[in-house]
Design a protein around this ligand. Structure first.
Ligand SMILES: Cc1ncc(COP(=O)(O)O)c(C=O)c1O
Length: 468
């Protein structure tokens, strides 16, 4: 036997009967899950309770795939919310298409590295097809392109790092100067968080409603000379998370152009409306941005997680993000040339998160996306009409994209919280309250955000009835 390599006994990289059985179990589960979305919505249990129910799972010998999978299906799935449940209308919900979920499995099984063309050309090509479409619906000029990220937070961070880098490179004495950015108070929490990560100052124009060019101009006029020099980016929101409000994208673009300041638009949620002929006009001016965030895992029906950052000038993004290392030199070689997504955002090793979106777009066509987004817009109007019709609830403000803020007349903040928990515990719906702030103050209100085209008028009416 000398010289002949001994094959190891069945192990975790081998193919045996238990692997085949596990594959069949997984496929059975996936098919069931994709065809049954209207069961209980799922609600959390305390960690100690789950620990007691599940017992020990990580052992020296392993507990076996069948057992681990049964724990997951029977105990852990019911303790998790189905984000694509038609009565999940909280936060910004998600409703990945079945094709995109299936292709997420394919993406995992294909094991393609999504960082550099040399390794991932075929997969990166798929992402580029989807990205080309995203760029086209923004109307950004020739040369604009982008990359998929883990979500809106990572896209915002990547864009703002590129903004600061470009500002620093314009004048030599800015190398160690602290940057300053302006957004409105309707901006998503990730903007504040990422400003902290970057250690830049952030000023919020105090208005949760649409930020006008005049308000932004007043804010800039109030800056000291030193602050004006440090201004490296202005951020507008196209579809606030709370209420679907869109800032004055055209007016703000004019100010950014005059001051030669990087213009970032966070359209993580509202970007979905770009595909709708009915709503596209609301986002006019988006094409003037230097960078845009759009989350396909929100209103473009991709599975978690899939964000995207788009740049007007890809070279500026590359200058900020391309990593250097002797082990990466090969990617610069002529033979390895191609599009390298890692050079345009904060992550090096990356999953090809744009692939499920690409497959679903290719399979269904963009008209299907338009119809699905239009349905979300329509559901918001249906909800507004139902609310106006009933005497125990009333609208707080007009519908913003697919967001509806409404109040239950006579309720105190704790009533909203109690109602949320009740519906959630019953497995009926997840609708959470939020706060709305205007010049009269801040108030706890109820909120719907419609993404899932499977939500029905009966679902909305039932939820409103549960507030009686
Ligand atoms: C407007 C906006 N920007 C950014 C984000 C952050 O995106 P993510 O949760 O994908 O990081 C969100 C999330 O809801 C959002 O609505």
């Amino acid at each position: 036997m000398e010289g002949k390599e001994q094959k190891p006994k069945a192990g975790m990289h081998n193919i045996d009967m238990s692997f085949i059985e596990m594959t069949l179990d997984v496929m059975k589960y996936v098919i069931h899950r994709l065809t049954h979305t209207e069961s209980h919505i799922g609600s959390p249990k305390k960690e100690e309770e789950l620990r007691k129910l599940v017992g020990e799972t990580i052992t020296k010998e392993g507990v076996g795939g069948e057992y681990a999978f049964s724990l997951f299906k029977d105990i852990l799935v019911p303790a998790s919310v189905q984000i694509d449940h038609p009565r999940h209308l909280a936060f910004v919900p998600a409703a990945p298409t079945r094709a995109s979920i299936m292709f997420d499995l394919v993406t995992a099984a294909s094991s393609i590295h999504g960082s550099y063309w040399m390794e991932g050309a075929g997969g990166i090509f798929c992402e580029m097809e989807a990205m080309r479409w995203l760029v086209s619906i923004t109307g950004m000029p020739e040369g604009a392109f982008g990359v998929f990220t883990s979500g809106g937070t990572a896209a915002n961070l990547s864009a703002l790092v590129a903004a600061r880098d470009s500002w620093r490179n314009k004048v030599s004495d800015r190398k160690h100067m602290k940057g300053l950015m302006i957004a409105s108070s309707g901006a998503h929490s990730s903007i504040q968080s990422m400003a902290q990560v970057m250690d830049v100052d952030l000023i919020l124009v105090p208005n949760e409603d649409s930020c006008s060019a005049k308000e932004l101009q007043d804010c800039i006029s109030g800056l000291s000379k030193e602050e004006t020099i440090r201004l490296c980016a202005i951020i507008a929101t196209a579809g606030t998370t709370n209420a679907g409000i869109i800032d004055d994208l055209i007016g703000i673009a004019t100010i950014c152009k005059e001051l030669n300041i990087w213009y970032h638009i966070d359209a993580a949620y509202g970007g979905g409306a770009l595909v709708s002929q009915k709503a596209r006009g609301l986002l006019s001016g988006i094409e003037k941005a230097d960078s845009i965030t759009i989350d396909p895992h929100k209103w473009f029906f991709a599975p978690y997680d899939c964000g995207a950052v788009l740049y007007r000038d890809m070279e500026l993004a590359k200058n900020a993000h391309a990593q250097m290392g002797s082990y990466l030199e090969i990617f610069k070689d002529e033979g390895a040339q191609g599009f390298n997504p890692s050079e345009y955002q904060i992550q090096l090793t990356r999953r090809l998160r744009g692939m499920p979106l690409w497959f679903s777009l290719a399979m269904h066509g963009t008209d299907s996306y338009e119809r699905a987004v239009d349905r979300g817009l329509e559901l918001a109007k249906i909800a507004a009409a139902l609310i106006t019709d009933k005497n125990h609830v009333e609208m707080v403000r007009p519908v913003g994209l697919s967001c509806v803020l409404y109040r239950r007349i006579g309720w105190e903040p704790e009533d909203y919280t109690e109602w949320t928990y009740q519906n959630h515990k019953k497995g009926y719906a997840l609708v959470t309250p939020t706060k709305w702030t205007d010049n009269r103050g801040s108030e706890m209100v109820a909120r719907f955000c419609f993404i899932n085209p499977d939500t029905t008028t009966e679902d909305i009416a039932g939820i409103l009835e549960s507030m009686r």
